[in-house]
Design a protein around this ligand. Structure first.
Ligand SMILES: NC(=O)c1ccc[n+]([C@@H]2O[C@H](COP(=O)([O-])OP(=O)(O)OC[C@H]3O[C@@H](n4cnc5c(N)ncnc54)[C@H](OP(=O)(O)O)[C@@H]3O)[C@@H](O)[C@H]2O)c1
Length: 248
């Protein structure tokens, strides 16, 4: 049996994802990175294999997983960085703006948040169970957010983003129970990266103190360290960048 030496990054064109791929390539256990994006990635490293795939197309995800199974790919780490918070009104998929009050709730907007932040990760959880290593440790992580914590919510607002990340957390907790029966060596992790200087947080950075606005490189380093330490026995985790547990 070969040792898992490959990492899979889903949503690979994003700000955190790009830093994460660079960080993974320096990890002593990782030789290859598979990078999935909706858009064609410019492949700059011989050990990165780029796949153009829309993860909302379950058929495409199933096909990708079947291909990896027949290639006997062993994933040490899988990380989904996929998430949306806002979109320009001109976006072809429909604009998105985090709700400030109840009157801002819009069914189509809610649907869009749940599709990307919750349903897309669920599709991956469903299909990955078939190919994660059975006997050697591995970790699957999803970029969630502290605002998805039901216990921690003191501010309100952002109905769609919060609720879709809370639902993601529930999926991770629920799936961890089934993974522990079907695939005992997989750890599941819900990760809050802090406020990170990427396109996603750009419109909301005005009130963030400079020492609380992290670089993608910093949060990628924190995440990779947590991925390495995670164990199936302690799974599932809901952790922030400093490794502190967030209440579900
Ligand atoms: N930045 C922050 O301050 C912050 C704070 C808390 C949590 N987070 C979470 O961290 C994650 C990464 O965020 P980021 O800051 O790196 O944001 P980003 O640069 O906007 O990247 C987000 C990624 O999500 C994917 N995505 C967006 N819309 C999608 C759609 N309709 N269908 C499929 N994939 C879609 C994109 O992947 P493609 O490559 O496929 O286009 C993109 O790479 C997100 O889950 C976010 O919620 C970020």
């Amino acid at each position: 049996m070969s040792t898992p030496n490959t990492a899979l990054v889903i949503g690979a064109s994003g700000g955190i994802a790009r830093a994460l791929i660079d960080e993974l390539l320096t990890h002593p256990e990782i030789e290859y990175v598979h990078a999935i994006s909706r858009s064609d990635l410019v492949n700059t490293h011989p050990n990165i294999t780029a796949y153009t795939l829309n993860s909302l197309d379950e058929h495409a995800v199933a096909e990708f997983v079947e291909q990896q199974k027949s290639d006997a790919t062993q994933y040490r780490f899988v990380i989904s960085t996929v998430g949306i918070l806002h979109r320009e009104p001109s976006d072809s998929l429909c604009g998105l703006k985090p709700e400030k009050r109840l009157e801002d709730i819009d069914p189509l907007q809610l649907q869009a948040y749940f599709e990307v932040n919750t349903i897309l990760p669920a599709i991956w959880l469903k299909h990955l169970v078939k190919i994660m290593p059975k006997r050697l440790p591995s970790t699957i992580a999803f970029l969630s957010a502290r605002v998805g914590s039901i216990t921690d919510n003191k501010l309100g607002g952002w109905y769609g983003y919060r609720a879709s990340k809370s639902a993601l957390n529930m999926l991770i907790k629920n799936a961890a129970i089934e993974y522990s029966r079907r695939n005992k060596n997989v750890a599941l992790l819900s990760y809050h990266p802090g406020t990170v200087d990427t396109g996603l947080s750009k419109p909301f950075q005005a009130n963030v103190k400079s020492d609380k606005l992290f670089t993608p490189e910093f949060t990628a380093q924190c995440l990779v360290s947590l991925l390495t330490q995670a164990t199936a026995e302690e799974s599932p985790y809901y952790l922030d960048w400093a490794g502190k547990t967030i209440p579900w």
